[in-house]
Design a protein around this ligand. Structure first.
Ligand code: MRU
Length: 339
């Protein structure tokens, strides 16, 4: 396997006080880094999916506040920036979590605000590596693993959650390969998951979203591993639209369905999946593909960006604090006090 520099999509240039984002809208055609100097620009990048993935948008928001503090913003401006960033996307709880954690530093010296953002970044990558170590033994030997959207290094501070499990399994000598759902409408699977696994020399094959059931029926898939944007106290999981359908298919075919996520994705204040806000995005992201309109003008489209998979369909949730199986609510509650 080719050894490459670890992929870290959200960085901070301490010398020039700039937030550096790998532009995920430009991948895989171009590896373009953006340099942002305001929280407003970071919020816009979160909204338009230049940076995306639950943990990654939390890290980006943290740096968005740090850059403001380092450039002299006072508490009032920082509070307004925190509010703007927290509202950029509603479903991934990591965003609100990171902004809350950063907001507790408003009023502290700018160096401390930046140190907190660096801590959020470093802790997330460490969590992903631990998730990988705990999740890898769950993956059957030489299996073909199905994943959805991108829960990889690009969606986190580095290493990835679902793809962290894949990376750790490969590093432990398990010759697995990956099926990546293309993940309509924004194609995070075809563009991003395929790009980062191919970059690291991990075998990956792209599927359209409708192919999973047939490949499961043919025995071509060994397990499903996905990420999460929010996990409710009862173990219900919000993740990219299409995840719920995969969970139903996996249950029908008696395949393990694993969710890998850092503890910052677990929201014990949200009792069930029904309480998770689901982001609705613009219809153009559904009916316009690669700049080309693919449905007749005047025909509406729907775009709920996430769905909720009931805990009953989740074989296990892998966090850096431990692996939770049914009853999920009790397992999550037990890990809440663990460190
Ligand atoms: O809309 P996106 O691309 O931000 O959605 C991302 C996902 O659904 C990921 O699976 C999730 O954030 C987990 S990231 C480790």
């Amino acid at each position: 396997m080719t050894v490459r520099e670890p992929l870290r999509p959200v960085l901070y240039d301490d010398g020039r006080d700039l937030v550096r984002l790998l532009d995920q809208k430009a991948l895989p055609a171009e590896e373009r880094w953006l340099e942002l100097s305001t929280a407003d620009a970071v919020a816009a990048a979160i909204k338009d999916l230049t940076v995306r993935g639950a943990p990654a948008i939390g890290v980006a928001a943290a740096y968005g506040l740090a850059v403001e503090a380092r450039r002299g913003a006072g508490p009032e401006r920082l509070r307004a920036a925190a509010d703007l960033l927290a509202r950029a996307r509603p479903t991934a709880v990591n965003l609100a979590w990171a902004v809350r954690r950063m907001s507790a530093r408003i009023g502290a010296p700018a160096a401390d605000v930046l140190a907190e953002a660096h801590a959020i970044r470093d802790e997330d990558e460490a969590a992903c590596r631990r998730i990988g170590a705990l999740g890898a033994p769950l993956v059957p030997r030489s299996a073909r693993v199905l994943t959805h959207c991108n829960a990889g290094a690009l969606a986190t501070a580095g290493y990835g959650t679902a793809l962290g499990v894949v990376r750790a399994a490969v590093e432990s000598g398990n010759a697995i390969s990956v099926f990546a759902d293309e993940t309509r409408p924004f194609l995070q699977g075809a563009r991003l998951t395929a790009w980062e696994l191919h970059r690291d020399g991990i075998p990956v094959t792209v599927l359209t979203d409708g192919m999973a059931g047939w490949l499961m029926a043919r025995g071509e898939i060994g397990c499903v591993v996905v990420g999460a944007d929010r996990i409710a106290a009862n173990g219900d999981v919000a993740n990219k639209i299409g995840t719920y359908a995969l969970a139903v298919l996996a249950a029908h075919h008696r395949l393990p369905f694993y969710v890998a996520a850092p503890w910052s994705t677990v929201d014990l204040a949200t009792p069930t999946g029904a309480d998770i806000p689901i982001e609705e995005r613009g219809a153009d992201e559904v009916v316009v593909l690669a700049g080309q309109r693919i449905a007749p003008a005047g025909v509406p489209a729907r775009y709920p960006a996430f769905d909720v998979t009931p805990a009953a369909l989740v074989t296990a949730i892998v966090t850096e604090r431990g692996v939770v199986r049914a009853p999920h609510a009790a397992g999550l509650a037990a890990l809440a006090t663990a460190r």
